[in-house]
Write a protein that binds this ligand. Sequence first.
Ligand SMILES: [Zn+2]
Length: 175
Amino acid sequence: MPEGGSDRATTVDASELPYLRRCIELAAEAVEAGDWPFGSVLVDADGKILAEDRNRETTTGDPTRHPEFELARWAATHLGPEERAAATVYTSGEHCPMCAAAHGWAGLGRIVYASSSQQAREWKAEWGVPVTSPLSPLTVQDVVPGAVVAGPVPELAAEVRELQWRFRNGNSAGD
Ligand SMILES: [Zn+2]
């Protein structure tokens, strides 16, 4: 964890925004492919991007193909325990309970998200879209009590909201 302590760990520094922007680019790629708009990036202690992925549920037919889960599995395969603990996962949307559990089991470090699960639920309610997740609406910290989490970032959450809207209303921007 940074020397600055918990305040720094639970707030999003301006130097971190490019990672979140990359997550949103990946989420946009997912929408173009017909997948749910989610993207995530795994970054080591020195700020180097180690791995990234986007949602692939629709294109693979596998509803567990969330990017946060893929990164947890990648980290478990490729990194030692100390590297995993020192790594940060940036993601366009807060981990779902499945991915939070994978994150916890992999022993990964801090999570930084652009938008929260609570926001996603509010958008669905606003749009009259039913909640389709079979999981309880748990936060990352409900699932992994020791997790260090930062987010949401309002201006980026608005971009995630726009991608969600695009996904739900077909891939073309026009209507
Ligand atoms: Zn997930």
